[in-house]
Design a protein around this ligand. Structure first.
Ligand SMILES: Cn1c(SCC(=O)Nc2ccccc2)nc2c(=O)[nH]c(N)nc21
Length: 280
């Protein structure tokens, strides 16, 4: 499909799969907080993600791992804004801000972010109104429950129908708030309130989510659906992550959120050579 994302005068063509690089801004990559914390490692990481071929850099200041502590608005701003400013000043790449907080959304867009990546699909108070006002593309991700408890006992009547119902509701809420449909992306949220078998059923049936006629953003990289299957640490999940990414792209994924940008870019090139063999 000829999807494209538009933010101001920037345009991201989605007729080919795009790689979104994950920028680590976990607390330990900073000194004891404050706006002028040690940004150095994160800035170097951003540079490498861009040089490896990422089309989008995803910057987030709140861990959504089960059991992760809540982060205050100020703490999230202190981690995220300096990095959005750095990437915006030094690279021409798209910047997505991974946040559920409306204050972080607006400050990040003001600092140069082009896309809102919200694992809570704009359900926090004030998020819908702010996203409408900012008028930038927004990714609506499915999560069953909240990060703290989502993995306790996930259950679905039919995982695709349940996720689709969620998407319908969130899309209606967005349109009702004045967000234009062209600004919406969908994401089934692998690992967010799903068991191992839920995740693989979702991967097997992912193409059924294409009926919404909206771009799909997918995050599988190094996740426990790979780790628990292969019984390997996060540092040893590349082959599994690439396998899952390929299966996802073959079913129509438009943006893949990954740690390992270069390997994923190379994989996409091989997929494209196969599709375009006559042009080679
Ligand atoms: C911010 N964010 C995350 S964080 C979870 C994560 O990477 N866990 C994880 C990473 C590495 C190892 C184990 C777990 N996942 C998604 C996603 O799937 N889609 C969208 N749109 N955003 C996302």
């Amino acid at each position: 499909q000829g999807f494209q994302l538009v933010c101001g005068d920037k345009c991201l063509d989605l007729s080919q799969p795009r790689v979104m690089g994950i920028l680590n801004v976990t607390p330990d990559s900073f000194s004891d907080g404050g706006r002028f914390a040690n940004l150095e490692p994160a800035c170097r990481h951003a540079d490498s993600l861009v040089s490896e071929g990422a089309s989008i850099i995803d910057i987030g200041g709140e861990s959504t791992r089960p059991g992760a502590a809540e982060v205050s608005v100020q703490h999230e701003l202190d981690r995220v804004i300096p990095l959005v400013e750095y990437v915006s000043a030094h690279h021409d790449v798209w910047i997505s801000v991974d946040t559920s907080k409306p204050e972080v959304m607006s400050e990040a867009v003001a600092a140069g972010a082009h896309l809102i990546n919200d694992v809570r699909a704009l359900q926090e108070p004030g998020a819908l109104a702010v996203a409408a006002k900012l008028n930038v593309p927004v990714c609506l991700m499915h999560m069953q429950g909240q990060p703290r408890t989502m993995q306790d006992a996930p259950e679905y009547q039919d995982i695709i129908s349940d996720i689709s119902d969620f998407f319908e509701k969130r899309i209606q809420a967005c349109l009702g708030a004045g967000i234009v449909r062209d600004n919406l992306l969908l994401d089934p949220g692998y690992g967010f309130g799903k068991t191992l078998s839920h995740n693989y059923e979702l991967l097997n049936r992912q193409a059924e989510l294409n009926t919404f006629g909206l771009p799909l953003l997918i995050g599988l990289s190094r996740k426990s659906m790979i780790g628990n299957l292969l019984n390997v640490p996060t540092s040893d999940r590349l082959a599994g992550s690439l396998s899952a990414a390929l299966l996802s792209i073959q079913q129509g994924a438009h943006i893949i959120r990954v740690h390992d940008v270069k390997p994923t870019v190379d994989m996409i090139k091989v997929m494209q050579a196969c599709a375009n063999y006559q042009a080679l």
